[in-house]
Design a protein around this ligand. Structure first.
Ligand code: NCD
Length: 317
């Protein structure tokens, strides 16, 4: 897996460990530039002649649509395989063959898979860049980047924030990816989850070695008052072997208006979505609820990423 190191052209985007602060600043500058142009309604053509293939082995609304919207807003084309059951995957084709086929038609492959590590496997098989759009309980780097971009836009800074992660910290790939990015910004992380869905200890050790301050608790209210960013996640039902294990933790944490009353006025409430029951819809009108701004930012950040990866001299690896 290659570090970005100031040059995105032709690179796979597989994990947040590829990014430095400078790489992130570069991406956000491009996202800002595109956002201003797209908000003004200026027609963009930077991806004219390029084709993006979406290859999704798991359901998606936001990630799939935002990559499609981004490609089309920049003048590119899209091959949308948003349900592999309607592709030759249902005939038994393996991932490497599917990827090597698709790359004959496109310039970059956006892959969502239900198994950790498959994005890396696909990238090894492909000659064109592969962007990991979520691999099982592994990583979801583009979600983490849009989350960080949202934090910067809403809080005005990234350094020294107290971020409280709530919900399914075991299987939640967005939590894993965002936490890894936050290690570069001197954050303090609180982990609030049911006992059975704690942050994996391997990640806690990795982040501790980078000097990240971390605190685990089951009591959300004990950390609410000092939280700058409350990042709530869905219990990842599809990762459980038995329904009764899911049901035993479902609904453990639900953010309500009364809890929002305990939080700072400047706190922001985030969620990668989809939400099931973790945030009471009565909270949606609270100006601190920014989850739908995350959705919007996702398109700008993914557009920026496509522009940088498919830059002039790309996209061959
Ligand atoms: C997340 C995912 O797929 O990991 N969704 C998303 O991409 N916005 C979160 C989730 O499914 O809970």
């Amino acid at each position: 897996m290659q570090a970005i190191n100031g040059d995105y052209r032709g690179k796979d985007i597989l994990a947040t460990s590829q990014f430095s602060r400078q790489d992130i600043s570069m991406l956000f500058a491009e996202a800002d530039r595109l956002r201003v142009k797209l908000e003004r309604g200026e027609v963009q053509t930077s991806l004219s002649g390029k084709i993006v293939a979406n290859l999704f082995y798991e359901p998606s609304t936001r990630t799939a649509s935002s990559f499609m919207a981004a490609a089309q807003r920049l003048g590119g084309g899209i091959i949308p395989i948003n349900d592999v059951h309607y592709s030759s995957v249902s005939k038994g084709e393996n991932l490497a063959d599917t990827v090597r086929t698709l790359e004959q038609y496109c310039d970059v492959i956006i892959l969502r898979h239900n198994t950790k590590g498959q994005a890396t496997l696909a990238a090894e098989a492909a000659h064109k860049p592969v962007i990991n759009a979520g691999d099982g309980a592994g990583e979801h780097p583009t979600q983490a980047l849009l989350d960080l971009y949202t934090i910067l836009r809403e809080c005005g800074r990234l350094d020294g924030l107290t971020v409280t992660m709530v919900g399914d910290l075991k299987y939640g790939r967005t939590v894993h990816s965002l936490s890894r990015l936050l290690t570069m910004y001197g954050a303090k992380l609180n982990y609030v989850s049911p006992e059975s869905l704690k942050m994996p200890s391997q990640l806690i050790y990795e982040f501790a070695a980078k000097g990240l301050q971390q605190h685990e608790t089951v009591d959300l209210e004990s950390v609410l008052l000092t939280t700058d960013v409350l990042y709530v996640t869905r219990i990842q039902k599809e990762r459980f072997d038995r329904d009764r294990d899911y049901l035993s933790v479902k609904g453990t944490y639900v953010i309500t208006p009364s809890q929002m009353n305990l939080a700072k006025k400047s706190m922001i409430l985030m969620h990668p979505l989809p939400r099931v029951d973790e945030i009471d819809p009565a909270v949606d009108d609270d100006p601190r609820a920014v989850y739908f701004w995350q959705v919007e930012n996702g398109m700008y950040v993914r557009a920026a990423l496509l522009n940088l990866v498919l830059g002039r001299d790309g996209p061959q690896k």
